[in-house]
Structures are given as C-alpha cells and as structure tokens.
Design a protein around this ligand. Structure first.
Ligand SMILES: [Zn+2]
Length: 414
C-alpha cells in the first residue's frame, strides 16, 4: 500500500456545504486541488479517523475512492478569510487535517447517469459499506460522485461508529448491519444471482433481504428459509411470522440441518451420500447436545429458571429447556423502550424474584446494568444469541454458543 502523502495548504478556494459539515476546496503545495475536511469541524476527529481507515480499506480493495492525503494548515491561513464561521473552523484546525483529491467535473450520483460498469460495482460497494458499517450511502445522501459515468465513493466517514462506544466491540463487529437496507445501491447489487443456492433464516428475520432475493435472483435459483415449517411463537407487529430465533434451541438447529442437506442435494444430486452422512453426524451431535442442555437446566430449581435479556431472542430456548421469559429490555421493538416499560420490568424482576439480568453480546451493557441496579440483582455480561464470539472464549461454533449460554445462565441463576 502506498504511504499517505502530506501536503501544505497554500490557497483556500471555496467552501462546500455538505449537510452539517463544511469542507473546502483548497490548493496544496503540490499544485493539486483537494477537498479538505477540517479537523476542527463539528463531526470531530473520530469521523476523520473513520474517513481515513475506511477510505484506505476501500482503496486497498480496489474500490474507486479518491486519494486521501494529510494537509497541514498554517495558522496564517485563517487571517485572510472573511467569513467568521470559516475563520473559526480554520483556527480550530491549524495543523494536520485530512483531504480527498478533488474530482473536477464531478456530478452528484444519479443511477440514470451512471454507466453500466459503474453499477456493476454495486454488490462490492454494498458489501464494503456493510463491512465498514457505513450508515450514509442512502438516497438522501449518496456520498458518491460521477465523473463521465464513472463512480467515485467519497465521504466514508459516517462509518466505523463502533469507535464511539467500544463496549463489546468484537461481538458487535460480527453482528449483522441492518442499516444496509437503506443503501442506495442495493437495488443494483445483483451478484447474489451468482450463488448456486441461498439459505436464509426466514420468519421475517431478513426482511431487508426480501427485495434483494426477489429482484436479484437467478431464475430457478433455490432460496431456502431454513426455519420454514417450524412452529413459531409470539407473532406480533414486529415479527408478523412469529419469532425467528429458532436456532437458540439445538433441537430446532437440527431441523435447520435437514433443510440445508436437502437444498444441497437438490443442486448437487451426486453429493447425496456425503451430504446425508454429514448431516446425520452433525444432527446426532446437536441432539446429544440438546439432551445435555436439558439436564443442565433441570439442575436448577424450577422457580429460578427465569430470564431477562435485551431482546426477545430466547423464546425457543425457554420452551425447549424449561425457562420462563420474564421480559426483555426492548419489549417487542428493536429500539429504545419507553421508560414506563422499564419501570414495569424492574417491578417484574423484583416480584418474580429473578436472580440476574443477562446482557447480550451485541448490545451495549449500560442499560442492562441500570435495570439490574434498580432491581437490585446482578447483571451477567455476554449471552451470545444473534452472533458467535471469539474462539478464545469458547463461543466460536453454534454448538459451543449454546453450551456457553446455558452454562452462563445456569451459573448465574444458581
Ligand atoms: Zn435477534
């Protein structure tokens, strides 16, 4: 990878108003034009760090991102600036700043103006933005430019927001990126058609995938919801098809296996013997695990088997292993719960003598800790529900995840 060059700003040309920020076109000591992002601007240094890290990852992947450069801004620069707002910004940004090479003749991105070659990058860009957790490549703010039909990704700084809160960063980095549903290129991201077969959980979990599965599919491409036909619990406004978290029961996990086995045999009949043998061996392992988990749960007194978590991930776990879900912090919605619900939850925890509150790995533990404190019970960190965890923690496989969760729950409710 090329080293990042450092240049000096020599001439201020014009401000570029972009949403809340105020970058500027400048000329630098190398005679080139740059779009300068001021270190002292509202979004602060973290968005510049994200801009740099995400931008260089994209460039290393061969995506069309303008060259990034460091720009030294001299104190004297601000004195000749008539606008007070810009003068303040410059003064707050004396020293090192970040810039992208200016693209002359660039137009705002419009699908109709993009060349077919440009749109062929859609799958790669959507993947990249999910990887860097970029929340801002939406129709409202595409953060893309076109130069003669060629597409450029600019402004990759609304990403890696994980570095604003480091709690559980490893687990969160493995989680899904649901915001991808608003990605402006998603309708063009059609590399999915190249897959021989698509497996997804189903029961509404991948709603964001539905349009993509419909539009991007190859005719005849098998698309298999592995939870199809399983007896769902808890249909509500959010989960109209019922709760999708079947995998939290090893018995249902074994049912997923049948779907996967049959799907693979469908596209590769010659492999029938091996798929059947492998599925049978793994199924045997999961069913043995299921019995082991039942026994561990049964060792707890029935009145202790009460669970409170962040979100409604454990109904099938509770059903299979004999627990009661007292409540969860998000209620049935995937957003911040209303305060009244939390007060009621605290009362429930006290009234039902719940011994501990579990924080799931993909959530920040803060709210859980507050609830636990108010209810006067302990908070137990890191149940793995929607993601696996690090190999070193013993949660790197599906079976290990269930084993780990049961051990954690049984220990805490002892
Ligand atoms: Zn979930």
């Amino acid at each position: 990878m090329q080293a990042i060059r450092t240049v000096d700003a020599t001439r201020y040309i014009t401000p570029l108003r972009e949403g809340g920020s105020l970058p500027a076109i400048i000329e630098a000591s190398d005679g080139e034009l740059y779009v300068l992002k001021f270190r002292g601007a509202g979004q602060g240094r973290k968005s510049l760090i994200a801009e740099l890290v995400a931008g260089e990852i994209g460039r290393a992947l061969g995506l069309p991102i303008p060259e990034l450069a460091f720009v030294e801004l001299d104190d004297a620069f601000s004195r000749s600036e008539p606008h007070e707002e810009i003068q303040d910004l410059m003064r707050a940004s004396t020293g090192l700043n970040l810039a992208l090479a200016f693209l002359p003749g660039a137009l705002a991105f419009e699908p109709a103006l993009a060349s077919p070659e440009a749109l062929q990058l859609a799958s790669a860009i959507a993947w990249f933005d999910a990887y860097i957790m970029n929340v801002d490549r939406t129709a409202r703010n595409t953060n893309m430019l076109l130069v003669d039909g060629k597409l450029w990704l600019i402004d990759n700084g609304a990403s890696l927001y994980i570095h604003h809160t480091w709690a559980n960063f490893r687990e969160r980095s493995r989680g899904a990126f649901p915001q991808i549903k608003d990605h402006v290129l998603l309708p063009y991201a059609d590399a999915l058609a190249e897959a021989d077969i698509v497996f997804y959980n189903g029961h509404g979990l991948e709603e964001w995938l539905a349009d993509l599965l419909r539009n991007a599919a190859r005719p005849g491409q098998p698309q298999i919801a592995v939870s199809e036909g399983l007896p769902a619990l808890g249909a509500n406004d959010e989960f109209r098809e019922g709760n999708p978290h079947f995998w939290m029961s090893a018995a249902f996990g074994a049912r997923y296996l049948e779907k996967i086995r049959d799907g693979l045999i469908g596209i590769d009949p010659d492999g029938r013997a091996i798929y059947t043998a492998n599925a049978a061996a793994y199924s045997k392992e999961l069913l043995a695990l299921n019995e082991e988990l039942k026994q561990q749960a049964a060792a707890l007194p029935a009145e202790s088997r009460k669970i409170v978590t962040n979100h409604d991930a454990l109904p099938y776990f509770a059903q299979e292993y004999g627990f009661t879900i007292v409540g969860n912090l998000l209620g049935s919605a995937e957003s911040e719960p209303p305060a009244g619900d939390l007060v009621a939850l605290v009362q429930q925890i006290k009234a039902q003598n719940v011994k501990a509150v579990f924080s799931e790995s993909q959530f920040s533990p803060q709210l859980t800790a507050t609830i636990a404190r108010e209810a006067g019970v302990k908070v137990v960190a890191n149940l793995y529900t929607d993601t696996l965890g690090e190999a070193g923690l013993g949660v790197a496989s599906y079976a290990d995840m269930l084993r780990y969760d049961m051990r954690t729950i049984v220990d805490a409710l002892q």
